[in-house]
Design a protein around this ligand. Structure first.
Ligand code: AMP
Ligand code: ZN
Length: 114
């Protein structure tokens, strides 16, 4: 999508601190971190939100989760624990409408979330 911030990051048009990537997914540091480790994992292809992921996106969703695990290992938080979040829609608090997983760690996470 031409006017989408995360499409532009995914294609390299807008710079980001890349943590890892492959042909389908990109992980980069969140610009406004809410924890010592705060990384976003996106598909390079535009998908607006979880609600727009269809039956043909099963493999992509799996790759996003797999990338989240690799990010946690690479950032050294896998053993201590971390949180993976997909804010979805208005009540979910989504502000960027290109699907992304937040990988948060490096401190204890509270429950319930705000
Ligand atoms: P959400 O509220 O779940 O849609 O999350 C959007 C996230 O994108 C927020 O945590 C923002 O801090 C983050 N964000 C916005 N613009 C950028 C950017 N240019 N680079 C990295 N992260 C960004
Ligand atoms: Zn997009």
């Amino acid at each position: 999508m031409s006017d989408c911030l995360f499409c532009k990051i995914g294609s390299g048009q807008i710079p980001a601190k890349v943590v890892l990537q492959d042909d389908e997914v990109l992980a980069f540091d969140d610009v406004n971190p809410q924890a010592p480790v705060h990384v976003l994992v996106i598909p390079k292809r535009h998908v607006s939100a979880l609600n727009d992921a269809g039956a043909g996106d099963q493999a992509l969703l799996g790759r996003l989760l797999e990338a989240a695990i690799l990010v946690a290992r690479k950032k050294g938080i896998a053993e201590a624990g971390y949180r993976v979040v997909a804010n979805t829609g208005r009540d979910g608090g989504q502000t960027v409408f290109h699907l992304h997983l937040h990988v948060l760690g490096g401190r204890h996470m509270n429950w319930p979330p705000g």
